[in-house]
Design a protein around this ligand. Structure first.
Ligand SMILES: [Zn+2]
Length: 134
């Protein structure tokens, strides 16, 4: 993802857009809320307001650059749409988001849709989890 990708997505290259894209790419966590991005930018000394972060993320979502997830019990999180399909687990205690792919689940879902006479267009599976107690 670079300035070229912004242009390809039909977005003008502006400083806030570039800075927010960089945050999404360089952050340790692949799943970030608007507040996470806003705080990281502030800490880096960037003068980008929270309203701008929200607006740019919505533009990115409409342009297909990011995916928005509305997980229960937290604010929406965003991730770059550059990865292949995967599902998510959300820890109900820490809010941590864990990605996973399971071929069996993928296959079963296709079979179920097929049995009902449908093709899957898209799906999202979220498991809400808590750490195992020893
Ligand atoms: Zn993800």
């Amino acid at each position: 993802m670079d300035n070229q990708d912004l242009r390809k997505a039909g977005l003008k290259v502006t400083l806030p857009r570039v800075k927010i894209l960089q945050q999404l790419e360089s952050s340790e966590s692949r799943h970030l809320s608007a507040e996470d991005i806003y705080k990281a930018l502030m800490e880096a000394g960037e003068d980008v307001g929270l309203a701008t972060v929200y607006r740019v993320l919505t533009q990115f979502e409409q342009a297909g650059i990011v995916l928005r997830h509305n997980f229960e019990g937290g604010s929406a999180v965003f991730e770059l749409a550059d990865e292949g399909h995967h599902d998510h687990m959300v820890c109900t205690e820490t809010g941590e988001v864990i990605e996973f792919v399971d071929e069996e689940i993928e296959k079963r879902q296709k079979m179920i849709a097929d049995k009902h006479g449908y093709d899957i267009v898209d799906h999202a599976l979220v498991l809400y989890v808590k750490p195992k107690r020893k």
